[in-house]
Design a protein around this ligand. Structure first.
Ligand code: ADP
Ligand code: MG
Length: 360
């Protein structure tokens, strides 16, 4: 439905967006995810028409809209600060777009009622923005955009202004709303958790480029670069040389001298250097040496970071390599009896299928 073709934006010497091409589908919740300064907002502003591309094209439903002014594009933006009219009540804020387009009153009333219901706001009809919570203001802003029935809704850090509890709730609510109204949403965020929980597809941005594009599951479990592996969730990056190949398995010697005995080869080509990205939840910890594990190291606990239901242990392996290991404090069956102390000598291991291999 929306296509960006070789889109670039330069500000003098600075390249904010660098030759980005991408296609967004009907009714999907598409997320641009990346660190601050990676060009996300600039892409959104070019789609909205607030910013003129240095080169490239934007096509909406096959039509080139690159040179069309913002108000003539069938696209609506929800701003981070919601930009509600403070002197208008909820009803009038939502109706605004249709009012200035001189829609018949009964049509306006019908649509306002419909969106108040979708946004769970019927009893706030006559409230003013300052009388609403952050989450409610955001839903009014969304209703105000949706009532114009645009082809695409653009959202820049839509949950950025909310506290964490409300943000978690709104992640679910916003994706439910998106499914109900069946409109294409393009959302910008620097929050990886937000993109994983909400998006149908994610484009991970770095320095004005798309580093990886895919489903949340793909981005999380098969990152194609170290940058993506480290940006999405927490991971341990183990860097080393392939010292032995045996059918379906590799043996990897790390720079510290530690050897990873057995890791599934997958589609690794004939190369020497490799990275293993392995997440804290893929590592296991034992007080006593287990009878068998594909990869096993003796280690010392350096730190525990307690999160309540789980802890992250920083463990120093054999030759001084630090890894993060997740330990579930509370099991589904109740409380976990095991406890680990700082300075304790333990064993850390993982199976040959754990982790994800990366190479250039
Ligand atoms: N109007 C502007 N003038 C000059 N530089 C800008 C302007 N807008 C954005 N930039 C620069 O472009 C880069 C990308 O910015 P932006 O798209 O806002 O990133 P993000 O939204 O990913 O944080 C940044 O280096 C930013 O400083
Ligand atoms: Mg931004």
């Amino acid at each position: 439905m929306l296509e960006l073709r070789n889109l670039s934006k330069h500000y003098g010497e600075l390249i904010a967006v660098d030759n980005v091409s991408l296609e967004i589908r009907h009714n999907e919740l598409f997320c641009l995810l990346g660190p601050s300064g990676s060009g996300k907002t600039t892409i959104l502003r070019m789609i909205a028409g607030f910013e003129k591309p240095t080169s490239g094209q934007i096509l909406l439903e096959g039509k080139d809209i690159t040179k069309i002014p913002p108000h003539k594009r069938n696209v609506n933006t929800v701003f981070q600060n919601y930009a509600l009219f403070p002197h208008l009540n909820v009803r009038d804020n939502i109706a605004y777009g249709l009012q200035i387009r001189k829609f018949p009153q009964d049509e306006i009333e019908k649509r306002v009622k419909h969106y108040l219901k979708i946004m769970h706001l019927p009893d706030k009809r006559y409230s003013y923005p300052h009388q609403l919570s952050g989450g409610q203001q955001q839903r009014v802003a969304l209703a105000r955009a949706l009532i114009n029935e645009p082809a695409i809704i653009l959202l820049d850090e839509p949950l950025g202004a909310l506290d964490e509890k409300l943000r978690d709730k709104m992640q679910v609510e916003l994706s439910n709303i998106q499914r109900t109204v069946k409109t294409t949403f393009i959302m910008v965020t620097h929050n990886q958790e937000e993109s994983l929980t909400m998006a149908d597809r994610i484009a991970v941005m770095k320095d004005g480029n798309i580093e990886q594009l895919g489903l949340p599951e793909e981005i999380y479990s098969t990152p194609t670069s170290r940058f993506v592996a480290e940006f999405i969730g927490d991971t341990n990056i183990l860097e080393g040389d392939i010292v032995y190949r045996d059918g379906d398995f590799l043996k990897i010697k790390l720079a510290t001298g530690d050897v990873i005995q057995k890791i599934a080869k997958r589609n690794v080509p004939e190369i020497d250097q490799i990275l293993l990205s392995i997440r804290p939840e893929q590592l296991k910890m034992w007080k006593r040496k287990p009878e068998y594990e594909d990869n096993l190291f003796e280690g010392t606990i350096r730190n525990e970071v307690f999160y309540g239901d789980f802890s992250i242990f920083i463990v120093e392996l054999g030759n001084g390599l630090n890894v993060q290991v997740m330990f579930q404090n509370i099991l589904p069956s109740g409380v976990n009896k095991q406890s680990f102390q700082e300075k304790e000598q333990i064993w850390v291991g993982w199976t040959k299928l754990a982790g994800h291999l990366l190479w250039d």
